[in-house]
Design a protein around this ligand. Structure first.
Ligand code: ASP
Ligand code: MG
Length: 450
């Protein structure tokens, strides 16, 4: 096969029958799209997660009914619902069984099993939408290929095995079918269902693209690409036509919500171009993410991440002493705390943690580490800070970058700055309350001339 495109449709793109029909248009317009990866219809995964949180059967059942309503609304719009009615019935029945038979609390494996139903339902329906449009749509269970370890809720893809399984199970189907499969879900060695973490369908699409040596992975969503900054912060935000892997990876890590942060890793390994566009307005173009881009301007985008915690550790004993930093980072690593920004002076270290991105409560995961740090140094904690990241190219070596920044922030208290370690980003912290205005002003100063 000369050119293979993997197209992924997100939750809003497959929210209902009309949305699915727009996605079918996109698929039918491009014969190179042979693999389609779908998310659960919008809202369904949240309801499934709610099921796993409730202990009360009637509350679980109320969530189930929401899912049933979304599913049947699509089913009833199909021209030949009877073609998939049995499959949909079987899935809904199996979900109901898990609700009725689940004990008071679900184990990790059961949580993932339950969360898998959203994608399993939407993929059956979307394959039928394609068939009704005359295309050879075939629904394929992603768990046959998407091998992960057994970390439920955040399965780690086993890339080597995924490639082998894809060659065996999936590749042969692509010549004669448009294969529709599920994002987000996988299975471990024992065949138990796993998930890649919330928002993981983008990552699935890139992993499938890697395994099949696709030329392009398309991510169809509800925005017309990646913007220079969050359009809610400034009306001057605009869509980026082309961006390099390095820059886009920085954006995803520093808070741009368009892509799951791991998505670009498989694409970069295989040099597969990634396109992000809106399934509502495919004609509006979108953003191309690639290894080689025509232009590498110093400023590409500004990302904002709220709810950062700044921890400052200080030890007079650090003066002329070796090993203090090792002790600090060793403590944090034993408590599995991931640090984002770091600055140091002779006797103190300041570092930031992404509180918003933490899975468990901040105090539960961080307090034990702080207690240990307090045993050998002074520790202070500041919350309510925002991390602003200026993303671009050659930032460490371009003239005038710091001047542009300091001019903009003349009247702002910049709490910390990290510059020089990466050529693709320059990060600083401001108070949460100042952050929106800072981003707006910075955008005006850095982008309006371009
Ligand atoms: N359905 C999953 C979620 O909502 C995965 C995805 O849509 O990417 O998190
Ligand atoms: Mg998503």
């Amino acid at each position: 096969m000369s050119k293979l495109i993997v197209a992924k449709f997100g939750g809003t793109s497959v929210a209902d029958f009309d949305a699915m029909s727009r996605c079918a248009d996109i698929v039918l317009n491009d014969p190179a799209i042979r693999l389609v990866v779908v998310s659960a219809s919008s809202g369904v995964t949240n309801l499934l997660v709610d099921i796993t949180k409730h202990t009360d059967i009637s509350e679980r059942y109320a969530c189930y009914q929401g899912i049933e309503r979304i599913t049947l609304a699509v089913l009833h719009r199909l021209a030949q619902p009877q073609q998939v009615a049995a499959d949909i019935d079987a899935l809904l029945g199996a979900l109901k069984d898990l609700i009725e038979q689940g004990g008071a609390v679900y184990s990790g494996v059961h949580k993932d099993e339950i969360q898998s139903f959203g994608e399993r339902l939407s993929s059956v329906l979307f394959a039928q939408v394609l068939r009704e449009r005359g295309a050879p749509g075939l629904c394929f269970d992603a768990r046959r290929v998407m091998r992960t370890d057994s970390r439920f809720g955040k399965g780690e893809p086993q890339v080597g095995q995924i490639s082998q399984l894809a060659a065996l199970q999936l590749q042969p189907l692509l010549a004669d079918n448009i294969v529709v499969t599920q994002g987000f879900i996988g299975a471990d060695d024992a065949g138990q269902t796993t998930t890649l973490g919330r928002g993981g369908s983008d990552y699935s699409a890139a992993l499938f693209g890697e395994a099949l040596a696709a030329s392009v992975v398309q991510i169809w969503t509800d925005v017309v690409g990646i913007f220079t900054t969050d359009p809610r912060l400034t009306e001057q935000a605009r869509c980026i036509k082309e961006i390099s892997f390095d820059e886009a990876a920085e954006m995803a890590t520093f808070g741009a919500k368009v892509l799951h942060p791991a998505t670009l890793i498989p694409a970069m390994r295989r040099n597969i171009g990634v396109f992000v566009g809106s399934s509502r307005e495919p004609q509006a173009g979108g953003t191309w993410i690639a290894k080689d881009v025509k232009e590498r301007p110093p400023y590409r985008a500004i990302a904002l991440r709220k709810s950062q915690t700044l921890i400052t550790v200080k030890s007079p004993a650090m003066l002329h002493a070796a090993g203090f930093l090792t002790r600090v980072f060793d403590t944090l690593s034993r408590h599995q705390i991931s640090v984002d920004l770091v600055t140091t002076s002779e006797i103190s270290v300041a570092l930031t943690l992404d509180e918003g991105g933490m899975t468990s409560a901040f105090s539960a995961s961080v307090e034990p580490a702080l207690a240990e740090l307090r045993s050998f140094c002074d520790v202070s904690v500041e919350q309510g800070l925002s991390l602003v990241a200026v993303i671009g190219n050659h930032l460490h070596s371009s003239k005038g970058v710091t001047g542009d920044l300091f001019n903009t922030l003349e009247r702002i208290n910049m709490r910390l700055i990290c510059h020089g370690a990466s050529k693709h980003n320059l990060c600083f912290l401001v108070q949460d309350a100042d952050a929106p205005a800072v981003v707006k002003q910075l955008h005006q100063n850095l982008f309006s001339a371009a």
